[in-house]
Design a protein around this ligand. Structure first.
Ligand code: GTP
Length: 471
């Protein structure tokens, strides 16, 4: 779904550009973007990093880890990565981002290796993108373009799909405008709005804008429906437990392990884009709803953070957040810091109403001493101590379930209610509105029902069923 406006005056590399002409062609309409980076495309990955001092100042992620992540992102959409390099920069060049020497060096590799796509793990201006494409005779995409492509492939719900498309069109619009300014001037454009002399860029821009408006309207509708669903779900008495974490941390695997549901888990980044909900049964009978969410990544472009906020709605409403970490990953601290940063920017913090548990996953990948050190570290943090698990092997899962149950039960009350045999509706009400732990019908037909509820619901139950017994 990568759409790239043709660079002014450049000959677009074959097969990748959606040309301005193709906007007119029904087979290439903007609202049905079908131009994809094909699986198996021979790709070269470049991770530009500012020279050491700058890199140290902007975070703790090492250049090698940055490159690894970029390769992982490329693999997430099945690109065939045939080579990669970290490029250290003293400064960013306005024309080509990286220096001329490096551009030439990569050109040699591109030609020798028959590479058709270069992934630049940075944010390129349209001009830089165009110049690099020209220099290399290959398609160039930047980090935002790549993430959009990945999100586009992974979106599963209507809202997710619309949000990705919207972000994509906005990205596209920025490129269209800026990269075509020169072309527009050459054509003597402007001043011919709407008429037969209207420039191509204006009509393309208008098509994009129309589509953006249409999607925004659709999104509003979808959001309203979703809000209604949420309201009805809030009436359901179950607490919400949300999984968050850096991409590839093992959220989907843990989700499956905890709920035994058969959802997608792949050795790929971004296997989940939209929240997925499943019932979660805890050891002492408490029920909860478990929500799987999109994996976070570093340097998520701001426009995407905004676009994906709604897909994290379950997180905003969660009673317990499980922050899943791949504790075997060399960059685990930086990844965790990224996730915390995004959660903070969303206004999600641990509070009296919301517990946050760190889940240190993939412990099976650690050898003896590293494992011991980890277990010791995990015991330090008192009540907020992390739970060490292996989502694949099952280690630590029982403890995690216990911890979740303790958290969701905190503040909830267990009541026993007697329901007369004539009150079938009352029984149904309890099932709809409370977490029913036990139910037993005596010979006289009276049913004793033990329920767990939030304190706010106790009065309602007393009014409906009279005096109740607090367990
Ligand atoms: P995104 O959806 O991309 O955010 O990924 P995710 O966090 O949902 O990760 P996922 O569950 O898809 O797991 C990613 C990879 O890690 C898969 O190859 C899993 O098999 C592997 N994995 C998950 N948990 C464990 C674990 O406990 N041990 C080991 N060794 N591998 C694991």
């Amino acid at each position: 779904m990568i759409l790239v406006a043709p660079a002014a005056g450049s000959a677009p590399p074959e097969g990748f550009h959606l040309t301005s002409e193709s906007f007119k062609d029904p087979a290439h309409r903007i609202d049905a973007p079908e131009l994809k980076v094909a699986s198996g495309t021979r790709t070269y990955v470049v991770a530009p990093v500012q020279s050491r001092r700058a890199a140290e100042a902007d975070g703790s992620r090492s250049p090698a880890a940055k490159l690894d992540e970029a390769i992982g992102l490329a693999a997430a959409i099945d690109l065939n990565v045939v080579g990669s390099a970290v490029v250290t920069l003293a400064e960013i060049r306005p024309s080509t981002y990286i220096g001329k020497g490096k551009v030439d060096e990569i050109k040699t590799i591109v030609e020798a290796e028959d590479i058709t796509l270069v992934l630049m793990d940075c944010a390129l201006s349209p001009v830089q993108q165009r110049n690099l494409e020209r220099a290399w005779g290959a398609k160039v995409i930047d980090r935002t373009g790549l993430i959009l492509e990945i999100f586009g492939r992974r979106a599963r719900t209507k809202e997710g799909t619309l949000q990705v498309e919207l972000a994509h069109l906005n990205y596209q619009k920025g490129r269209l405008v800026r990269s075509w300014t020169h072309l527009e001037r050459q054509r003597g454009g402007g001043g011919f709005l709407g008429g037969p002399g209207e420039t191509q860029i204006e009509s393309d821009r208008r098509l994009l804008q129309d589509r953006i408006v249409k999607i925004e309207r659709e999104l509003e509708q979808v959001k309203r429906t979703r809000a209604l669903h949420r309201v009805s779900r809030r009436k359901v008495p179950y607490p919400i437990v949300a999984l968050v974490g850096y991409t590839n941390a093992g959220k989907s695997t843990l989700f499956n392990r905890l709920t035994r549901a058969d959802v997608l888990a792949e050795d790929m980044l971004f296997a989940t884009l939209d929240p997925t909900l499943r019932a979660l049964k805890l050891p002492h009978g408490t029920k909860a709803i478990l929500s799987d969410t999109v994996g976070f990544i570093s340097e998520l472009p701001t426009m995407l953070v905004a676009a994906f906020r709604a897909t994290l709605e379950e997180v905003l409403e969660a009673d317990v957040i499980l922050h899943v970490r791949d504790i075997s990953h060399g960059d685990t601290e930086a990844q965790a810091a990224d996730v915390r940063g995004i959660l903070e920017s969303l206004g999600v913090e641990a509070s009296a109403e919301r517990a946050l548990i760190e889940v240190w996953n993939k412990v099976d990948l650690l050898d003896g001493p590293a494992r011991e050190a980890l277990l010791t570290a995990s015991r330090r943090d008192g009540d907020r101590r992390p739970v060490v698990v292996s989502a694949i092997g099952g280690e630590g899962i029982d403890l995690l379930l216990e911890r979740i149950e303790t958290m969701v039960s905190a503040g909830r009350l267990t009541l026993t209610v007697d329901v007369p045999p004539t009150d079938g509706a009352g029984l149904a009400w309890l099932h709809d509105n409370c977490d029913v732990l036990r139910r037993q019908t005596n010979e006289d037909g009276v049913t004793h029902v033990t329920v767990r509820v939030a304190p706010a619901r106790v009065d309602q139950i007393r009014r409906r069923f009279g005096l109740t017994l607090v367990a």
